[in-house]
Structure formats: structure tokens, C-alpha cells
Design a protein around this ligand. Structure first.
Ligand code: PMP
Length: 391
């Protein structure tokens, strides 16, 4: 085939993402290389996925070893990686429960949707501007009417309340509520951090009404915010946690963990996924968890996040109104819709970042980022901010 990857993509891959920005052919650590041989430091991390960056030796070794030993098996059988990963996730949460494995964040949230129906109640409360995926159930949970509009009607019965507003949540939760589903930090809607105590209040309200509290940690989980699970920062005990993105070390893996009594809501024959929790993806995930531990990457996420935040704040640039987020999930908030243009300028300087919102540049690099790479990004950001024109 002739032509660039980008032009071939445009005439063969379904246009649900728009035109690709680059054709990427290889990666190592926090760096990726495009088809013209140019290198970029990946502050997008596959959109908050690549905790260990690209081609991490631990993931490569685990995947190679597992696919050479036992590849896909049906979930009618148990295999060592799936059992070990479920045990490990429960140990990291420090609570008894059960894990359902799927292949993506949307699938993890679909599982939570179905699990909630088994309470005998149907009402679900989620947050305005929240993002939970693009399948029909996950889209129903997503609090973004523009994304939902072309696909109505969606599965019911989901009520969306303003994010971070305890009073609005208190007014909505009642004895008919099956589940409240929240992101600990809203990622897609621009790295929005709720007020301190919000998740604790959500826990108290759901407990008082016998409803489940589910936290979508697809973006925040597995170390990205400097904790295994972002909710651990506030010491909250949810009934359900959904995971994907960083969990599989770049391989497709999603998980729904249900704790305590919620662990038995879904019974035999009520849910399944052919590939969910296949041994190769679970082996990759175990390598991710081992490496986060052995390389002290929770601390690295906190330390590097602070370094970048302080660096951006020290630029004291008039276009920046603030930096928000936790660990290595950060949003640089701009005075006006300049984030897309800014990401373009940064790309020209060899950094991949992304406009989570027109006025928010999202930074979600791998946790193995070096101090030098963090500093180089901040150094490039200053002139890029000055060059950018809010559009
Ligand atoms: N939940 C959250 C919080 C997400 O950020 C995303 C993806 N951006 C999803 C769910 C959906 O995950 P996936 O694309 O793997 O279906």
C-alpha cells in the first residue's frame, strides 16, 4: 500500500475519531516515534492508559511468557493469571469482594449497570458531564447530552445531577435508587476535581438509602493519581469500582470489582465476556501492578505531578488560570478555548498532549516519566502559550 498511514487510515478506518494527528510506528518508555521518524514525549499516555509507557520490559516479558504458555481460555476454566489478578486487586483495595473481567471501561460500566439492576431497583444517579463510555448502557450513564442525542432512546432510568454538589445529590438519592455512579475526578470533562468530602457524602447518602455507591476509576485507577484507587485518598468504601485503561499495560482489560454484599448480586449465567480476563491481558496487568510497586511509581506519580504543576504555575502565564487534578492526571485550565491550538503547537515541539475540553489541556503521561522529560515539557509550554491564539 502506498501513502501515509494518516491518508490510508482516512480511507479505510471508520471516521468516528476524525483525522488522525500522526501515524505512530514505535514507542519506548515515554517516547513514541512517527512514520517520518520524529520522536514525541507522550504526555497523553494513550489517553491516560500507559502507566509504564511503551515496551516496558516487565510487560513484554509477562505477555511473551504467558502467550507462550497458555493464551485465551474460556471463562468456563480458571487460569493462574486471572485468579492471581483478582486476588491482587482485592488485596490492593484491602477488602473482600469479587472481580468481573471485561475488555474495556465501557464494558466494566455495563457490568455495573447490570449489577445494579439486581438490587431490585432501577433508578441510577450519575453526574452531569461525567463520562462512562460509548456503548448504549455506558452512554446512558454518561452525563453529556450532545453525545447521547443521536442515539436516543437509551436504557433508563438514569438521572444526572451537577458534579461535586452534595445538596443536589442529597435531593436526588432516595429509597428507589439502585446505584450512584461517580468518577472520583472527572477526566474527559476536563480533569474536574470535586470538593473535599464529596465522595464521603455520596457514601453516607447511598448507605442511608440502601443504594450502591459505584466509582468509575477507569481513568483515575491503578496509580494514576498517586493512589492505587483515587478514592483511597479520601478513605471512602464504595460497593463497586470499575477499572480499565492503565490496568492492562496497553492490552485491553477492564474490571468491575464488587465488594462485600455487592459481590454476589450477579450470579451464574447473568453476565459474561468471551475475552474478558484472558490470561495474556491478566499477565500484563500483574506485571503493571508488580512494577508500580517495585519502582515506587505511586510516589513517582505524586512527585512528578507536583513538579509539573509547580512548573506550570511558575510560568505565571496570563493564559493559564490554574492547574488541577491529582498525581499524573492534570488539567491546565486556560483563559479561553485555546487547548486544541496549544496541543498542536506542543506537537510541533515534540510533545503529545490533548484538549480534554476547549479550555483544558489534559496531561496524563506514563508514571515512568523522567524529571528531565517533565521539565522539558514545562519549558516548551511557556513559549507555546505565548504563541497560541485562543480560537
Ligand atoms: N470511564 C471513564 C472515566 C473514562 O475516562 C473512559 C474512557 N475515556 C471510559 C469509562 C470508557 O472506557 P473505554 O474507552 O475503555 O470503553
Amino acid at each position: 500500500m502506498s501513502g501515509s498511514l494518516v491518508s490510508r487510515f482516512e480511507t479505510s478506518v471508520m471516521n468516528t475519531y476524525g483525522s488522525p494527528q500522526l501515524g505512530l510506528v514505535s514507542g519506548s518508555g515515554a517516547t513514541v516515534v512517527d512514520e517520518a521518524g520524529r520522536s514525541y514525549v507522550d504526555f497523553l499516555g494513550g489517553i491516560a492508559v500507559n502507566l509504564l509507557g511503551h515496551a516496558h520490559p516487565a510487560v513484554v516479558a509477562a505477555v511473551t511468557e504467558q502467550i507462550s504458555t497458555l493464551g485465551h481460555v474460556s471463562n468456563l476454566f480458571a487460569s493462574p493469571p486471572v485468579v492471581a489478578l483478582a486476588e491482587r486487586l482485592l488485596a490492593l483495595a484491602g477488602r473482600p469482594g469479587a472481580v468481573f473481567f471485561g475488555n474495556s471501561g465501557a464494558e466494566a460500566n455495563e457490568a455495573a449497570f447490570k449489577l445494579s439492576r439486581r438490587t431490585g431497583r432501577t433508578k441510577i444517579i450519575a453526574a452531569e458531564a461525567g463520562f462512562h463510555g460509548r456503548t448504549m448502557g455506558a452512554l446512558a450513564l454518561t452525563g453529556q447530552p450532545a453525545k447521547q442525542a443521536p442515539f436516543l432512546p437509551l436504557p433508563g432510568e438514569v438521572v444526572h445531577v451537577p458534579y461535586g454538589d452534595v445538596q443536589a445529590l442529597a435531593a436526588a438519592v432516595d429509597d428507589a435508587t439502585a446505584m450512584v455512579l461517580l468518577e472520583p475526578i472527572q477526566g474527559e470533562s476536563g480533569v474536574v476535581v470535586p470538593p473535599a468530602g464529596y465522595l464521603t457524602a455520596a457514601r453516607e447518602l447511598t448507605s442511608a438509602h440502601g443504594a450502591l455507591l459505584a466509582l468509575d476509576e477507569v481513568q483515575t485507577g491503578i496509580g494514576r493519581t498517586g493512589y492505587w484507587f483515587a478514592h483511597q485518598a479520601e478513605g471512602v468504601r464504595p460497593d463497586v469500582v470499575t477499572l480499565a485503561k492503565g490496568l492492562g499495560g496497553g492490552l485491553p482489560l477492564g474490571a468491575m470489582i464488587a465488594f462485600d454484599d455487592a459481590a454476589t448480586l450477579l450470579g451464574p449465567g447473568q453476565h459474561a465476556s468471551t475475552f474478558g480476563g484472558n490470561p495474556v491481558c491478566c499477565a500484563a496487568a500483574l506485571a503493571v501492578l508488580d512494577t508500580i510497586e517495585s519502582e515506587h511509581l505511586l510516589d513517582a506519580a505524586k512527585r512528578l505531578g507536583e513538579r509539573i504543576r509547580k512548573g506550570v504555575e511558575a510560568l505565571d502565564h496570563p493564559l493559564v488560570t490554574g492547574v488541577r487534578g491529582a498525581g499524573l492526571l492534570l488539567g491546565v485550565v486556560l483563559r479561553g478555548p485555546a487547548a486544541g491550538a496549544l496541543a498542536g503547537l506542543l506537537r510541533d515541539k515534540g510533545f503529545l498532549a490533548q484538549a480534554a475540553q476547549p479550555d483544558v489541556l489534559r496531561i496524563a503521561p506514563p508514571l515512568i516519566l523522567t524529571d528531565e522529560q517533565a521539565d522539558a515539557f514545562v519549558a516548551a509550554l511557556g513559549p507555546a502559550l505565548t504563541a497560541v491564539q485562543p480560537s
